[in-house]
Write a protein that binds this ligand. Structure first.
Ligand SMILES: C[S@@+](CC[C@H](N)C(=O)[O-])C[C@H]1O[C@@H](n2cnc3c(N)ncnc32)[C@H](O)[C@@H]1O
Length: 270
């Protein structure tokens, strides 16, 4: 198991869907039009939300290769693919591959891909992973969506926010199983690595705005931040507990809004 629970992935899905940059998807669609068949590889598929968002917008026929190291999530993704169609109403072909993308040689999953896509994965991986991706995906389009970039905000503001956010950023930049992670610098670093390998790269913000209309996501997000900050040990426990109590009370009263900065990236071969 990967530690990414089905309930967390389901909770974040509507916020992800609202945040994805439509302009980059339109450019991707245009770049992929006119092909006989699209071979698409989704790295770190989870329960399939990237496929749910992209498949109905892209031309077809489409074959998806869904890659993850969590067999339970892959099974859900495969099941959900049966109800999806491409832009023209044709069913997808989807197969799964159980694979540890942190192990050398992972890049053979990219063979013959027209599109390599990933959602909420790029900030977890290392610079080596992106260097391998850039070399092995030559000739394919690359779409990496919902990469955290470290921008965070709470409304209303609180004098401890910056200290909490700094500790959380430190946590985001930690090793996530791929070696030193790109974390909050992932969008920027991937863009320069891909440009150096001859891709034309565009980036666009894809931020979450989570308010009282999404109470479960709001509370889960807040709890996740508090737990992560506590793990770093960078904030005195008494201060963190006071901040957490204030923020939980605001969430309960329906007066808290959270913003999480993400970036979407589209890299097209020149
Ligand atoms: C944040 S979740 C995103 C899931 C999905 N793409 C989405 O947007 O809902 C990260 C995904 O990467 C997968 N993952 C993490 N480390 C991995 C590894 N070493 N090899 C393969 N998959 C991995 C996890 O199992 C999880 O499904």
């Amino acid at each position: 198991m990967s530690g990414f629970s089905t309930s967390w992935l389901a909770l974040r899905e509507p916020a992800d869907r609202a945040a994805r940059d439509a302009g980059l998807i339109a450019r991707l669609t245009e770049a992929l039009s006119g092909r006989k068949r699209l071979a698409i590889v989704d790295l770190g598929t989870g329960s399939g939300s990237n496929m749910w968002a992209l498949a109905p917008l892209l031309p077809g026929p489409q074959s998806w290769l869904l890659v993850d190291n969590d067999p339970a999530l892959l099974e859900q993704a495969q099941d959900s693919s049966r109800t999806l169609t491409d832009r023209d109403g044709r069913p997808l072909v989807a197969r799964t591959m159980l694979r540890d993308l942190a192990q050398p040689g992972w890049e053979d999953v990219l063979a013959r891909a027209d599109l390599v896509t990933m959602s909420a994965l790029l900030d977890l991986v290392s610079a080596d992973f992106v260097a391998t991706l850039a070399r092995a995906a030559k000739g394919a389009a690359i779409h990496a969506t919902l990469t955290v970039d470290g921008r965070m905000a709470c409304l209303p503001e609180d004098s401890l926010d910056e200290a909490v956010f700094a500790a959380f950023r430190h946590h985001m930049d930690g090793d996530k199983g791929f070696g030193p992670s790109l974390g909050t610098r992932a969008g920027e670093m991937a863009a320069s690595q891909l440009e150096a390998e001859g891709f034309r790269v565009e980036r666009a913000p894809a931020d979450w705005h989570v308010g009282p209309d999404q109470p479960s996501l709001l509370v889960a997000l807040l709890d996740g931040w508090i737990e992560a900050v506590r793990e770093t040990g960078r904030l005195p426990e008494a201060e963190l507990s006071r901040w957490a109590a204030r923020r939980r009370a605001e969430a309960e009263a329906g007066s808290l809004e959270l913003r999480v900065g993400h970036v979407d990236l589209l890299a097209l071969p020149l």
